[in-house]
Design a protein around this ligand. Structure first.
Ligand SMILES: [Ca+2]
Length: 326
């Protein structure tokens, strides 16, 4: 059964507004938000679920961005106060939340019941350990909790008509399916869920970025490839990285362009600092399409960039002065 948080809150808020003001003492320490800074309501996942999840899409102010903290505003209906254990959760971007990026056990801290309408009581939870990096677009973050632990707890809601309607979802099955919060609660414009990001550093491996080690695990060298050809009616895009570290090959890797089963380029980086003060970049591409290889030494910021002209058989490259040491 679905009960309306709005109705519950309207009733107790009307009562408690006449009483003393509660202490909304836990301020948010997150700077990325989509609410207007003041909450008028609270929203549950449709009630009674032991596995309740509510998330909101947030967009970092820069890229690549490491998610360092999530701030969740909790409101409590009824009287007195309480706390609620929950899990901070993060999901990859998409039209709906994508793959789980992990969770962190957390607690609301003490939340006092009281009138809605204020900056909210936030739990500010560090989560750098998730290593959730946003390369583009946004990320879904929020809370997962057991409503039977304390069914008076709601996620703070912003119902101001001037607040743009955020992208918000709830789930009752750990994200196997989602439904939109503003369909459950039409007055919902945004949730009291915020995030903090830090500029991500180091090589961040993804589908188009290969990280190659100098020393085991350091991911010192970032390799990206762009291809562009007039063949096939004109094709261009990012080369797709095929890391080989799972095979124990940490000083080189492959890229494919047109089919995942068909590699186009083998690249490796050799530490020859003791032989003349350079890292060597060697690669061989079995193609005649135009491409650009960009190797970045994350440690120094130095780059080595190589071009192959379109419709030209690529020659092997053995650059022994590619990047200066150390
Ligand atoms: Ca508001």
């Amino acid at each position: 059964m679905k009960r309306s948080a709005f109705a519950v809150f309207a009733a107790f808020a009307a009562t408690l507004f006449l009483g003393s003001q509660p202490a909304w003492s836990q301020a948010s320490t997150c700077t990325t938000s989509v609410d207007d800074g003041s909450f008028e309501d609270g929203f549950p996942v449709p009630f009674g679920f032991k596995n309740a999840t509510m998330v909101q899409r947030l967009v970092p102010p820069f890229y690549p961005a490491l998610l360092t903290r999530v701030c969740v505003c909790w409101a409590i209906a009824g009287s007195g106060g309480g706390h609620l254990p929950f899990n901070l959760v993060a999901y990859a971007d998409g039209v709906i939340p994508g793959a789980s990026l992990g969770s962190v056990a957390a607690d609301s801290g003490t939340v006092l019941a009281g009138p809605l309408g204020g900056p909210g009581t936030f739990a500010n939870i560090a989560c750098s350990q998730l290593n959730a990096v946003v390369q583009s677009g946004g990320i879904y973050v929020g809370a997962n909790w057991d409503e039977s632990d304390n069914d008076n707890f709601f996620v703070c809601g912003d119902t101001s008509s001037t607040t743009p309607v955020a992208t918000m979802f709830s789930s009752t099955n750990s994200g196997n399916s989602w439904h939109t919060t503003d369909s459950d609660w039409p007055q919902a414009h945004a949730l009291g869920i915020r995030a903090q990001f830090a500029q991500a550093s180091g090589c961040i491996a993804n589908s188009t970025t290969l990280c190659i080690d100098q020393n085991p695990g350091d991911g010192r060298f970032q390799v990206q490839v762009h291809y562009e050809t007039s063949e096939g009616g004109g094709l261009s895009g990012s080369g797709n990285a095929i890391p080989l570290s799972s095979l124990g090959v940490t000083e080189g890797g492959l890229f494919w362009f047109f089919g995942a089963t068909n590699p186009e380029l083998l690249i490796k980086i050799i530490d020859a600092c003791s032989l003349g003060g350079h890292f060597w970049v060697f690669f061989a591409a079995t193609t005649n399409v135009g491409f650009t290889v960009t190797v970045t030494d994350i440690s120094t910021g130095h780059q080595a960039v190589y071009h192959n002209k379109d419709r030209t058989a690529a020659l092997p490259v053995q650059d022994t002065s590619a990047l200066t040491c150390p």
